[in-house]
Ligand binder design. Sequence first.
Ligand SMILES: *[C@@H]1O[C@H](CO)[C@@H](O)[C@H](O)[C@H]1NC(C)=O
Ligand SMILES: *[C@@H]1O[C@H](CO)[C@@H](O)[C@H](O)[C@H]1NC(C)=O
Length: 499
Amino acid sequence: MHSFIFYIFLVWLSCLSDLTVMCYKIPEVKLEVLQNGFRVSIPHEPGIENVAFNINRNRPFKAFEPGEYSNRIRTQINNLWFLETQRRLQDDDTIYVWTDVQFNKSRYRDISTPIAVSHALRGQASQSGASTIPPMIAVSQVPQSVNEIAPTTTTEEPPAIDQRNDKCEPSLTTIHNRKVCRGQLIFEENFDGDQLDASRWRYEVRLPLDIADAEFVLYDTNAELSNGLLKIEPRLWGNDSPNADIQKGDLNLGARCTAYQNPEVECQRHSFGRVVLPPVLSARINTKHAFSFKYGRVEVRAKLPQGDWLFPLLLLEPLVNYYGQQPYASGQMRIAFLRSNLNLQTGSGVEVGGRVLHGGAVLCAESNNRDKFMVNTSRGAHFGESFHIYSLTWNDRLLRLDVDGQNYGTVEGGYAQIVNDFNNAWANGNYMAPFDQEFFITLGVAAGGHGDFPDEYSSKPWVNSSPKAALYFWRDRHNWKSTWISPALQVDYVRAYAI
Ligand SMILES: *[C@@H]1O[C@H](CO)[C@@H](O)[C@H](O)[C@H]1NC(C)=O
Ligand SMILES: *[C@@H]1O[C@H](CO)[C@@H](O)[C@H](O)[C@H]1NC(C)=O
């Protein structure tokens, strides 16, 4: 009893002393497009003494470094800390901001999710006249007189950041239990050069045959790098060997095979009867040997595949299957997920194809329950029509999903209370279990499979429980082949930040 009370006391003490470190969080920076420039801002809170904004146009920050526009603001106006510049923005610009806030004698820093100007501008692309105030300003809390107030920012201020004053802010993120500094760029891949950097990425070479997914593909070394992009383009088996017959063939991946869970079935296949060779050749790469982390933010700028029954793999996968070997017992996070069909409807007519973006967690193998821990957002156009920045923020309370700097949902933790499978192993972890372990990054493209297309979807040519699923998928190719107008996943960059 005594030691218990003492423990409470200790916890209370450490909370008190941590208060200034733990209790202020820099809010999301808001971008507003003005008639002759733009403004970034955060709301005031009692305790904020000054705020420095560091802004880049179309160039991500690699560290807490001075930006194209940087200034420290000494005064808040009408409960707002803001920096205005005269720079006019283009619709396809992306604004990168990091903020440094002096709060009750401590300094806090945060790199914001990139902000797409097209979103800040939405609904006002055709401004009615030069003298009208854009709606963005009208709805914001900033008084319109703000432009008449003497600017609080002057060019005489020293640069926002003096490297000598840099100190490492504590971060939630760890890498192999090592601490890193908050805001630090902990992984960056721009896919420059003409080959995958083997010190970061490895190909999976296998015939997926796990009971949960068993995508209808052969993952092989089928990725290309060119013009600063990673390109993974799924191809039909027949493209490479025109005479190949997936019903009559042998495939032995030999020493190249990387399967480690089911090597007996994932490294070779002899087709007979309902057992066929995979109809699609694709690729899947990961950072398992090179980079994994716990908690952080991952950003991927990518163009997702378009084509029926394809889906992109932009995943965080568990480094060790800490909570067991059953499918998804140790969880999977999806930075972005799309059923890439040009049109796809549920039995009741709800559109679920490439115009619906999903992100979040997969905690169940069963296809009808896969979306339970994912959030989604719909658009008028297929997400694969253009590049977007997909982002997943993973902390010890929730997963947050963004596209082009716009939040489209969060998935709260507490899964041990909600999912009763896996012998409740997660109850031994923390609130985020199974997402309280290290995860690595996976990129790839898959087709079909037994997990991600529920049977109720209309015009689906296979049934998930059927041993002949891949064969039925293949036999239906006259229906889906022509929809593969842009089947490749193209990735411009992948970045991970400590939070
Ligand atoms: C910070 O300082 C303000 C003003 O002195 C005070 O009201 C507030 O409680 C302080 N906040 C924290 C978290 O210490
Ligand atoms: C998107 O999310 C909403 C809210 O959770 C859900 O009702 C809907 O079924 C989801 N849509 C799709 C296409 O998954």
